[in-house]
Design a protein around this ligand. Structure first.
Ligand code: PEP
Length: 253
């Protein structure tokens, strides 16, 4: 039985002070039974990562993560942040391949594969995002689309490397739109992802893999999504920015 994971992707929100307030409020609401039911990951902007990491330090079920990293470990890349820097800040995870990075920063599958590799080399667990745009879903091409993203972004990893990866299925049409995938749509895709992983890495690896759902997940719809057999929790955007809402989602685990 896989323990649930609920990760908050704060995007470009929260100053250091606001981050501190939010994390302390969530930690205060995390009862022992919630901590047993779900691991929690906060993914603040880079500027608040050190603060958040300090706050969750020593809490075995709560972690910090970054929202992105550069593909190189160091170098002349003005304005960028590397995987070893994130690790040194206390991050355990890094989101790679979020659809906003793919769309606004033109990150393609080959580049994302490099980012996954560098993250793993430096002890960060990638939360690798996949998901189809609306026109692809409407043309029933979603399963093939995600298969291609997995093949190009992840499937060159060896089994030991892959064991460190968390996958987030985030249909692009559901992110920040208020339009959520149905429980059945999420389950169909998650089961598909797990079967592709089983085919590539074997059943044991596939059964251990955490596959999170992301896209307009809220306290009101989380329980239905999380009750699907292949949905192992959520990657939460908007609803991770307020302690009560985020805790409401964790309660659904
Ligand atoms: C996200 O950006 O990863 C996300 C899931 O956003 P939202 O929950 O706001 O749709």
């Amino acid at each position: 039985m896989r323990k649930k994971i609920v990760a908050g992707n704060w995007k470009m929100h929260k100053t250091c002070g606001e981050a501190r307030e939010l994390v302390l409020a969530v930690l205060a609401g995390l009862s022992e039974s919630l901590r047993q039911r779900a691991d929690v990951i906060f993914c603040p902007p880079f500027t608040a990562l050190d603060t958040v990491s300090e706050l969750v330090k020593g809490q075995p079920t709560v972690f910090s993560g970054a929202q992105n990293c550069h593909w190189a470990a160091s170098g002349a890349y003005t304005g960028e942040v590397s995987a070893p820097m994130l690790r040194a800040c206390g991050a355990s995870y890094v989101i790679i391949g979020h659809s906003e990075r793919r769309q606004y920063f033109h990150e393609d599958d080959a580049l994302l594969a490099q980012k996954v590799e560098v993250a793993l080399q430096h002890g960060l667990r990638p939360i690798f995002c996949v998901g189809e745009p609306l026109d692809v879903r409407e043309a029933s091409g979603h399963l093939k689309w995600v298969e291609q993203q997995l093949q190009l972004g992840l499937f060159d990893l060896n089994a030991d490397q892959f064991a460190q990866v968390v996958i987030a299925y985030e249909p692009v049409w559901a992110i920040g739109t208020g339009r959520v995938a149905t429980d059945g749509q999420a389950q169909e895709m998650h089961a598909h992802i797990r079967s592709l992983v089983a085919h590539r890495y074997g059943t044991a690896v596939a059964q251990r893999l955490h596959i999170l759902y992301g896209g307009s997940c809220k306290p009101s719809n989380a329980a239905g999504l999380f009750s699907q057999p292949d949905v192992d929790g959520g990657l939460i955007g908007g609803a991770s920015l307020a302690a009560e809402e985020f805790l409401g989602i964790i309660h659904a685990c």
